[in-house]
Write a new protein. Structure first.
Length: 431
């Protein structure tokens, strides 16, 4: 009997250890497909608190030992973290979330790393002797807003998708490789937007009122927040595209001199803004490419509040297609870059060949990726040459003027007399 009680105590103690730590939940983990959006949540038992601030850099995806490049974002709300990953390709992978800091029920700081194996595989069906697959991409993977947001839904499968958003809204139909935008309306501070199609998707929907910050978990105590949390632009070379960012000030005081910086010259944006307390401001910026290729950058917002410095980064992903490419030609391929036999170009590389965007959002080059060489600017040499010519010309004009101009009234009288004598002598000689 004592032995059984001892074993039961060990089991209960083990369960307590397991559930006393942060844990990971992934939606539809058994049926993840390439081209879909993975939705994840990191939670912690009651009585414990997350400490520090998880960033998207803490989330990594590995195929065996190789780290895979992914697009992902994370946000905290009410002592939980919500994140999403755009899935790139089929295979067996491991999600690793590192350096999760939290305080246990004894208020002792702890650190934990979570690993979760996932399989990404197409779910194929045979219908009337045809192989079909259904894949829906949802961007972004969570909603954070003070107004009405925009969701981009893309059918990355090869058959029409029928989507049901809510009982009040009509059904949405999306053709293969077609994209549609929806504009859901928040009904409460926090909820899930449920999309029902070939399977169920639940998108975290966080509605923030500028008049209340009770439910708002600020990153590093930042008073400002910028939405969207990233920019993704597709455009043709030499075309211009306008984008908009909205900056929210949750502080009780005005914030002035918010400095805005970036690295790419093709991004034209203000360098400084100010925002009143408990308000927001929208700023537009322009993307003006002069080279094709794939480019990454970050728009950085920096400001000082109460003698402390803060910053917010907004990643920017820009896909520049060859000149005169139409929007219809900028379609998303139904295959991965590997299946197309192409190469995924890195930031700052152009494609020597045909380029496309894969279903995972990659810039895929059916050819060779080449480093974009910046054109050398020799205009400064031309300016220096013109300056030298002006200096030399001025020098000779000055010498000539100095040689001709009399140095004194007596010298001028002497030169006039000599000229008069020459004229007289010339006249006598002719006579």
């Amino acid at each position: 009997m004592k032995k059984e009680i001892f074993i039961l105590m060990i089991i209960l103690f083990s369960i307590n250890i397991i559930y006393a730590e942060p844990f990971l939940e992934i939606q539809s983990i058994e049926t993840l497909q390439p081209g879909e959006t993975l939705f994840g949540k990191i939670s912690i038992p009651d009585g414990e608190l997350f400490s520090g601030n998880l960033q998207k850099e803490n989330i990594k995806l590995y195929e065996e030992r190789k780290q895979i490049a992914i697009e992902r974002e994370i946000i905290s709300y009410n002592n939980e973290y919500f994140f999403y990953i755009y899935l790139n390709k089929e295979g067996n992978f491991t999600i690793k979330i590192q350096d999760i800091l939290y305080k246990n029920s004894e208020n002792i700081l702890q650190s934990k790393a979570i690993e979760q194996e996932i399989q990404i595989k197409k779910t194929l069906e045979i219908v009337e002797n045809s192989t079909i697959y259904k894949t829906l991409s949802i961007k972004p993977g969570f909603i954070y807003t003070t107004g009405n947001p925009e969701l981009i839904l893309t059918n990355n499968g090869n058959i029409e998708l029928n989507l049901s958003i809510s009982d009040d809204e009509p059904e949405i139909n999306i053709q293969p490789q077609q994209t549609k935008k929806i504009y859901p309306i928040a009904k409460e501070a926090f909820s899930f937007l449920n999309i029902s199609t070939y399977k169920e998707f639940s998108i975290p929907f966080i509605f923030i009122s500028l008049n209340s910050t009770n439910n708002f978990v600020q990153e590093e105590k930042n008073s400002i927040r910028v939405v969207p949390t990233y920019i993704h632009a597709n455009l043709a070379n030499f075309d211009n595209q306008n984008q908009t960012l909205e900056i929210f000030n949750f502080a009780e005081n005005n914030i002035s001199n918010i400095l805005i910086s970036k690295n790419l010259d093709i991004i034209k944006i203000k360098e400084e803004i100010s925002i009143n307390a408990k308000s927001s401001e929208k700023i537009s910026f322009e993307i003006s490419p002069d080279k094709e290729g794939y480019f990454e950058d970050k728009i950085l917002f920096q400001y000082t509040e109460e003698n402390n410095s803060f910053s917010v980064e907004i990643p920017v992903y820009i896909y520049v297609f060859p000149e005169n490419t139409t929007q219809e030609q900028m379609t998303i391929s139904g295959e991965s870059c590997e299946e197309l036999g192409g190469n995924s170009c890195n930031s700052g590389e152009s494609c020597d060949g045909q380029s496309t965007i894969t279903k995972a959002g990659e810039y895929c080059c059916i050819g060779t990726c080449k480093k974009v060489e910046s054109e050398k600017n020799y205009s400064w040499l031309i300016g220096v040459g013109i300056l030298i010519i002006l200096v030399v010309a001025g020098f000779f004009i000055f010498k000539k003027y100095k040689k001709i101009k009399p140095s004194s009234p007596e010298q001028a009288l002497k030169q006039s007399s000599e000229k008069f004598d020459k004229r007289i002598k010339g006249g006598l000689t002719r006579s």
